[in-house]
Design a protein. Structure first.
Length: 237
């Protein structure tokens, strides 16, 4: 019997996941997660809450906060959702492309490090071994890209959940306090039902990514579906 421990299923090969019995561990409370993040890095409570919502765990949240490019992806997601009401179909497709490009930025350094290590290994590894290393590197890049895409979807889900809180008028504190104006603008013209439909679109996008659907196509479909759900029918140029 082998016990394989991992932070997220999406970072593992589907062929491995399909052969395993999954035993999920319950996440701690948000309050304990915020405290854990703040103990590990100089973050404010609001920053820690956002990081947890996007990254999913205290350890990954700390990594997220230390990455300017990953934080920029979340900001781009917020701006994209804010602009959906004004955007036409072409703008939405461009926004999806920009998000995919932004997610790929942190991968550039990893790819360069992989190429450098591979060149250094050429003198003492066989052709077969070099191919195995190259294949492993490609799988790691794919897993990292999928993880980055999942963070982008988590950012969208978090913002839409805040919109739902505002729409329902529960008085509950929102997670994305730094984007409160965006949350209020969207909440001003939507209903609970429309926000739930938008959240369903994000869930479908996450499922598509786990089934290896193109990230570009996944985001295009998701953003257009969110736009339609929030009663902003797409127009054409």
């Amino acid at each position: 019997m082998f016990i394989l421990c991992g932070r997220v299923v999406d970072a593992m090969l589907p062929t491995i996941v399909s052969r395993c019995q999954q035993v999920p561990f319950r996440a701690g409370s948000t309050a304990s997660g915020v405290r854990a993040v703040m103990r590990s890095c100089p973050a404010t409570p609001d920053e820690a809450r956002v990081a947890l919502a996007v990254a999913g765990s205290p350890g990954r949240a700390v990594e997220y906060l230390s990455s300017t490019s990953r934080r920029q992806v979340r900001r781009l997601v917020v701006d994209t959702l804010d602009a959906l009401e004004r955007d036409d179909s072409w703008d939405v497709l461009l926004a999806a492309r920009q998000l995919v490009t932004a997610v790929s930025v942190p991968l550039a350094d990893l790819k360069q490090a992989q190429e450098d290590a591979l060149r250094e290994s050429q003198d003492f590894l066989t052709a077969g071994a070099l191919k195995q290393v190259a294949d492993a590197n490609k799988r790691e890049l794919t897993a990292r890209e999928r993880s980055g895409m999942m963070e982008a979807l988590a950012a969208a889900e978090s913002l839409l959940r805040d919109v739902l809180v505002r729409t329902e008028g529960t008085g509950e504190a929102i997670v994305n306090e730094d984007a409160a104006a965006v949350v209020d603008r969207i909440a001003a013209h939507v209903t609970t039902r429309s926000v739930m439909r938008a959240l369903d679109s994000v869930a479908r996008a996450a499922d598509d990514l786990t089934h290896n659907v193109s990230p570009q196509l996944t985001l295009e479909v998701m953003l257009l579906a969110i736009k339609e759900a929030l009663a902003c029918p797409p127009s054409s140029r």
